[in-house]
Write a protein that binds this ligand. Structure first.
Ligand code: GLN
Length: 202
């Protein structure tokens, strides 16, 4: 693709505005997505942080579940942060029994995993494929990844403290997920990485 990619932010719930701003700063045209016809118009999709149980319910209310699964099957790039990571996981531990994600990344995530130790915290995280300083990663009632399936690449892990070794960034093909919220810190390198991925996929 030579022009500006159009990237949607799933706008059912969560920190939509922050992702729209970060995507714009990273060179994309960012639009909120709440309807099927809005989904049809995007080259890629971001699933924001927020509350995965609520997002799961609203995905059904807005009849977006099947259309999003279809776009994922068709190769549309998707990036999920925090609750968005949970929505992209094929298996969720400590979830609500009725919550359901999209047909996303072959991985098991544990909801509110760090929360047993602290509700929110910050830590430096290096992401494979992104040059420069480690990310100043902000975790808010964040999930971690307990198991990755075949074809899932681990891009980042916590390096220090009681959670050292925990997987917090993964990629499977055109699907990308982080436990933390780069949209909150003004560091748009991850969004730029995703914009590049969308460009390459188009
Ligand atoms: N704990 C939330 C959930 O289960 C995620 C928190 C977040 O996105 N900051 O969806």
């Amino acid at each position: 693709m030579s022009g500006t990619p159009v990237i949607g932010v799933l706008a059912l719930q969560g920190d939509v505005r922050e992702h729209v701003a970060a995507l714009a700063a990273a060179g994309a045209q960012a639009v909120p997505v709440r309807r099927t016809r809005e989904l049809d118009a995007v080259d890629g999709l971001v699933i924001p942080g927020g509350e995965s149980t609520t997002m799961s319910r609203l995905a059904d209310v807005f009849e977006l579940r099947e259309p999003i699964d279809k776009r994922i099957a068709g190769g549309m790039p998707v990036y999920g942060s925090c609750a968005g990571m949970i929505m992209l996981a094929t298996e969720v531990l400590d979830g609500r029994p009725d919550q359901r994600g999209f047909d996303g990344i072959s991985m098991t995530v544990r909801r509110n995993a760090f929360g047993r130790q602290v509700d929110s915290f910050e830590a430096p995280v290096t992401i494979t494929g992104i040059a420069g300083e480690p990310f100043h990663a902000v975790f808010i009632r964040a999930p971690w990844v307990e198991r990755v399936g075949e074809g899932v690449e681990v891009l980042g892990q916590v390096t220090d403290g009681p959670s050292a070794g925990r997987i917090v960034a993964v990629r499977q093909g055109n699907l990308l997920a982080t436990s933390f919220h780069p949209e909150l810190t003004g560091d748009v390198r991850l969004h730029r990485y995703f914009v590049d991925l969308v460009r390459a996929a188009a």
